[in-house]
Design a protein around this ligand. Structure first.
Ligand code: URA
Length: 260
């Protein structure tokens, strides 16, 4: 049986919370049922990048090509990979080293969707392999999940935005057929939207992360849960507790969804 401390240790939070006097118990917990016993802080701004909101970035209109959408919607995995690798549907292709497709079991029950590749991902061709990726792996481990095994990991945009800026809505729209086809092929039981860009992309809502988390949304008839982006958590480590709560919420939803 995992304990509160086990989870916090995996999120590299145990010491912080012991120092803050926020954890006093060593009570055994079941991840599917636990209500964390640790005091939460006031909700505050939780955009995945400070002072930048995806919706506010200057939009360079991209013509939506319905024929491209229909073509991609009929692709199998191999064709989708080829299409992604060669994609030039928006300006992000100009500075990328490579497009970053996604990683994981093609029939995974869990689909985690981030924002877009950073420098390490652009170099290595795999999502979430940098610092944020290490934290995501710890979050997955806290929920008993492993990258590439029970979980598929993808991004809203497949190419690195220059300087790791937030992708524009148009860039997200240009990449939408690729992500939508991934979702349709995987048919996950549950999608976890990591950060505001993914939440806006999947729910259409620009409401604060604080108001979006802890609820079940829906995209293409698949339940969606909003969770703080690992990069945000790296900047605000004490907020990791909320990610832990979100992971427990996601686990409990998954248990319900998996029931016959
Ligand atoms: N941040 C993301 O949103 N995705 C990645 O792949 C890496 C960092």
């Amino acid at each position: 049986m995992r304990t509160d401390e086990d989870f916090l240790r995996e999120l590299e939070l145990l010491e912080t919370f012991q120092q803050l006097g926020r954890i006093t118990t060593n009570k055994a917990t079941d991840a599917a049922e636990v209500t964390p016993k640790i005091a939460t802080r006031e909700e505050r701004s939780t955009d995945s990048k400070p002072a930048v909101q995806a919706a506010k970035l200057a939009a360079v209109p991209i013509a939506i090509d319905p024929a491209r959408g229909a073509r991609i919607a009929a692709m199998d995995w191999a064709a989708l990979r080829t299409e992604t690798a060669a994609c030039n549907a928006c300006g992000l292709c100009k500075q990328r080293k490579q497009a970053v497709f996604g990683v994981g079991a093609e029939t995974a029950a869990w689909l985690f969707i981030g924002e877009g590749p950073g420098e390490s991902e652009d170099q290595q061709g795999e999502p979430f392999v940098g610092q944020a990726g290490k934290l995501l792996d710890a979050m997955l481990a806290a929920a008993g999940l492993q990258r590439g095994v029970e979980a598929y990991i993808a991004n809203v945009v497949k190419c690195r935005p220059p300087g790791n800026r937030t992708p524009t809505l148009n860039e997200a729209a240009a990449c939408a057929p690729l992500l939508d086809r991934q979702i349709d092929l995987i048919q996950p039981t549950l999608i976890v939207a990591l950060g505001k860009t993914a939440v806006i992309r999947l729910t259409g809502s620009e409401a604060s992360m604080a108001s979006m988390r802890g609820k079940v949304h829906s995209y293409r008839s698949i339940p969606v849960i909003a969770m703080y982006h690992p990069s945000y958590l790296l900047r605000s480590p004490t907020e990791k507790l909320k990610a832990w709560e979100d992971m427990l919420f996601a686990r409990s939803e998954m248990v319900k969804l998996a029931l016959p």
